[in-house]
Design a protein around this ligand. Structure first.
Ligand code: DX5
Ligand code: ZN
Length: 216
């Protein structure tokens, strides 16, 4: 298979929320491809972050696609709000969706030309995805337990990326603990979208850091 372009999606979870526009502009200028927005409800994960209002505000401040990662127990309840806020791609967790619900979500997103991402936690086997693969525009494999930035990369994701790449030709995104050390491992396994929070937002030179993530 022809290798895919590597896309970098900085996670604003590690940005300074008091100056989000400046933070987003800084990664945009440094060569980011998407902006990754981590939405947490304090129920699916033990943390609370941001909601559709922030996505809506960000939409006016950046031209980059907004990659919205819903770590919430009831994605259907909030779906319209995140669509209307201007999401480019909305990722929901397979752990909270039956196949019937995933089909309903896909139909609603397609009607608004929003892409569907499906995510699994580190402990969830990829076989749970088989029956829903045809619905997904992107699969997001978590390489940390969702909930917090700055955790260590879990190598268990590598064989999962490799196995998934054999049967899935669209975007494979890896999220959690991505640095200049772990990025080459996931790229070599077949991932093409890399989320990076703490590594990028802590970097002195974000252009150099993004370059390192893309090129190993
Ligand atoms: C974790 C989030 C990640 C996280 C990544 O629940 O989904 O997007 O912010 O942050 P780092 O790159 O610091 O692991
Ligand atoms: Zn995320």
């Amino acid at each position: 298979m022809k290798s895919k372009k590597i896309l970098i999606a900085p996670s604003i979870l590690s940005a300074d929320f008091s100056c989000l526009e400046r933070e987003v502009k800084s990664v945009e200028k440094a060569g980011a491809d998407w902006i990754h927005v981590d939405v947490m409800d304090g129920h699916f994960v033990p943390n609370i972050t941001i909601g559709p209002a922030v996505v809506k505000s960000l939409r006016k401040r950046t031209s980059l696609p907004l990659d919205v990662h819903l770590m919430i127990s009831d994605p259907w309840f909030f779906l319209d709000d995140f669509i209307n806020a201007g999401s480019y791609l909305i990722t929901v967790h397979s752990e909270v969706c039956t196949l019937a619900l995933m089909r309903k979500i896909k139909a609603k997103l397609s009607a608004s030309k929003v892409r569907l991402g499906i995510s699994i936690n580190p402990g969830t086997p990829i076989k749970i995805l088989y029956k829903m693969l045809d619905l997904a525009d992107l699969i997001l494999l978590m390489s940390v337990e969702p909930g917090f930035g700055g955790q260590s990369f879990m190598p268990i994701v590598i064989p999962k990326v490799r196995a998934l790449r054999k049967i899935f030709s669209k975007d494979i995104e890896v999220d959690g603990g991505i640095t200049d050390i772990t990025a080459p491992l996931v790229i070599e396994s077949g991932a093409n979208v890399l989320v990076s929070g703490s590594y990028l937002f802590k970097a002195k030179n974000k252009t150099v850091a993004i370059g390192k993530l893309k090129n190993g």
